[in-house]
Design a protein around this ligand. Structure first.
Ligand SMILES: [Zn+2]
Length: 97
C-alpha cells in the first residue's frame, strides 16, 4: 500500500516492501499530506511499490495510504472570510457519537 513520506525521510527500507518510486501528490509541496514519520512535518511524497507504479502508469490517480499514521495538514483558521471564499471549516453537519 502506498506510503506518505517526505524526500528527506525517504522510503522505508524493509525487505519485501520495494518502494522504488516517489510520486508527487496534487499541490505538492503546498499539499495537505504530511510525512508519516513520527516528528516529521514535511510535505510528503507518495511512495509506490512496483505494482502500484504500474497502476499509476495505467492512469490510476487515487490510492489509499498505508494505515500506519498518515497525517494531514489543516488550513489555518481565518479571522474573517470573504463571502466568495470557501470557509476553512467544513460546512457539513457533524453528528456526535
Ligand atoms: Zn519526513
Amino acid at each position: 500500500m502506498p506510503i506518505a513520506r517526505c524526500a528527506s525521510c525517504g522510503a522505508p527500507n524493509r525487505k519485501g516492501n520495494a518502494y522504488g518510486v516517489a510520486v508527487i501528490p496534487v499541490g505538492y509541496p503546498d499539499c495537505a499530506i504530511v510525512c508519516s514519520v513520527p516528528g516529521c512535518e514535511n510535505p510528503a511524497l507518495i511512495w509506490l511499490t512496483a505494482w502500484e507504479t504500474a497502476e499509476f502508469n495505467g492512469g490510476r490517480r487515487i490510492f489509499n495510504l498505508s494505515g500506519r499514521s498518515p497525517k494531514v495538514r489543516l488550513a489555518e483558521p481565518r479571522s474573517h472570510v470573504a463571502s466568495d471564499e470557501p470557509s476553512p471549516f467544513c460546512s457539513m453537519p457533524v453528528h456526535a457519537g
